[in-house]
Design a protein around this ligand. Structure first.
Ligand SMILES: Cc1cc2nc3c(=O)[nH]c(=O)nc-3n(C[C@H](O)[C@H](O)[C@H](O)COP(=O)(O)OP(=O)(O)OC[C@H]3O[C@@H](n4cnc5c(N)ncnc54)[C@H](O)[C@@H]3O)c2cc1C
Length: 463
């Protein structure tokens, strides 16, 4: 296979065991979780930096030669964010995976970017501390990938997104210069907020080489709950009412009847084939009052069953199906596969409207669209199920997806609440932010990366 870029200069920058041009290593990093084999792009070389100095040296040398560099971590992105579409070098950050320092007295931790989210929590747990807002993929994805994609998860409704806990980063710019952005003080108004510019930039503006987080205390009380509703309208209205009424809930997840049915097939569980709301409450005292408050709100929306789990074992059983659900859709039916990972998020008052819209548009094209999501923050993961061998159905599926995204944007929401733009959501960027804002983003990219070497082809649509 011919290589697009000469990467021989790497031998002068890193040790031999930090460089590979082997097909297996390149193939492994040619897709991410959301990218089909058909769209795989093999990089010319894979490198494993072990320090900020390594990252800086690779970037400086690649930038001088105009060779593309794509940061890559666990590869769990769902929108092609980490695929090296212009080939060049894949910069695999997973060897930079240490906890650098825990400072319990400040409730802070410094970590390298390649550490898995759960490993951060394993390291701070003995101090009674937690980084509370990991995505559902927190056990399999890295801190650098989370910050780059501006990831979040089920607990956003109480704790915000991962980056809401970020105080300071160290990052390497495309020309190899090393900067720090933010502060270890919990607030700063000193200069442009480069930290938050780099967060969510999907590795197109800088490579994150260190992150300092503030931490929360582990809550003393954690209870789970599950509510069953007659129809999806009642379930989504109950979620909106709970959030609006100020129920202090840490997770509030909507699962429609079809997703429950698909999950039962996959996991052999016995979830009711009805709309469900999964709940988790965190408190240091008085948790039962909050749970009762939630029950009262749900009763106003005709909840049929409201189960509560107080012990860890009961909790695990109650939540198991929800945790495993993401894997249930692909194997469900031989003739149907999920088309795109829908990830819209709308202001909470519009939540029932967007769920209804997803169902209606699917029905219009005779396409099944199971819906689930982090309802408390207005997020819906709608899953468009199509027969990949039926071109008309695939085209209709794309139309369904497009119409759901467009409606979410019209409602003041976003095309992607947590997965990022990558390749898959570029077509919506201007509709969401306006041409002028996209042009401002391009100006920032040109200023920081004039040679377009860092993860080129991502986020910003072709001009
Ligand atoms: C089963 C499953 C469940 C998921 N659940 C959620 C969820 O609940 N919430 C959510 O938000 N996402 C979720 N995701 C998506 C994904 O896990 C997250 O976006 C995750 O944060 C990506 O991390 P990663 O380590 O896999 O990064 P990668 O996929 O390797 O890379 C992600 C992006 O970050 C860039 N990058 C990686 N490291 C760095 C760095 N150090 N500096 C600069 N750029 C870098 C890459 O170039 C790429 O653009 C899920 C994915 C799966 C497969």
């Amino acid at each position: 296979m011919s290589l697009a870029h000469d990467t021989e200069f790497l031998e002068g920058v890193l040790d031999p065991d930090q460089i590979s041009r082997g097909t297996a290593d390149r193939r492994e990093r040619s897709t991410d979780w959301g990218t089909d084999e058909a769209d795989a792009v093999l990089p010319d070389a894979v490198v494993w930096p072990e320090s900020t100095a390594d990252v800086s040296a690779v970037m400086e040398a690649a930038n001088e030669r105009g060779v593309p560099v794509t940061p890559y971590a666990a590869g769990t992105s769902l929108e092609g964010n980490a695929v090296p579409v212009r080939k060049g070098i894949t910069l695999d950050l997973t060897r930079m995976d240490s906890v650098l320092e825990v400072r319990p007295e400040d409730r802070q931790v410094d970590v390298e970017p390649g550490i898995l989210g759960q490993e951060v929590n394993d390291a701070v747990e003995r101090h009674g501390l937690v980084l509370p807002s990991l995505p559902s993929s927190g056990r399999i994805s890295t801190i650098g990938g989370m910050l780059a994609n501006n990831a979040s998860g089920m607990k956003t409704v109480k704790y915000g997104v991962v980056a809401d806990w970020l105080l300071e980063i160290e990052a390497v710019l495309p020309n190899g210069e090393v900067i720090t952005a933010g502060s270890k003080g919990v607030k700063t108004s000193a200069g442009y907020n480069l930290r938050d510019l780099i967060v969510g930039s999907e590795g197109t503006l800088a490579v994150i080489t260190r992150a300092t987080f503030r931490l929360a205390g582990i809550p003393k009380q954690v209870w789970g709950g599950r509510a069953v509703f007659e129809d999806i309208e009642d379930a989504s209205a109950a979620v909106v009412d709970a959030v609006r009424s100020g129920v202090d809930v840490a997770k509030i997840e909507l699962v429609d009847a079809l997703s429950a049915e698909i999950t039962n097939d996959y996991l052999d569980t016995d979830l009711p084939d009805q709309p469900l709301v999964f709940l988790e409450f965190h408190a240091n005292h008085g948790i039962e009052n909050e749970v009762e408050f939630c029950r009262t709100v749900f009763e106003d929306h005709g909840v049929q069953r409201f189960e509560v789990a107080e012990s860890d074992a009961e909790m695990a059983e109650l939540w198991e199906a929800r945790r495993e659900m993401a894997d249930a859709f692909e194997p469900w039916r031989e003739d149907l596969s999920p088309l795109t990972p829908g990830d819209v998020t709308v202001p909470i008052s519009r939540y029932p409207d967007i769920v209804r819209h997803a169902k209606e548009v699917g029905a219009e094209y005779d396409i099944l669209v199971p819906c689930l999501g982090h309802a408390g923050d207005g997020n819906v993961h709608y899953i468009v199920m199509v027969d990949p061998d039926d071109p008309e159905m695939v085209a209709n599926g794309h139309e369904v997806s497009k119409r759901i995204v467009q409606r979410a944007i019209e409602m003041g929401g976003t095309a992607t609440g947590e997965h990022g733009v990558g390749l898959g959501k570029q077509e919506y960027l201007a509709a969401e932010h306006g041409e002028a804002a996209v042009e401002a983003m391009r100006s920032i990219k040109r200023a920081l990366d004039p040679n377009d070497v860092l993860n080129p082809g991502k986020v910003l649509p072709e001009e």
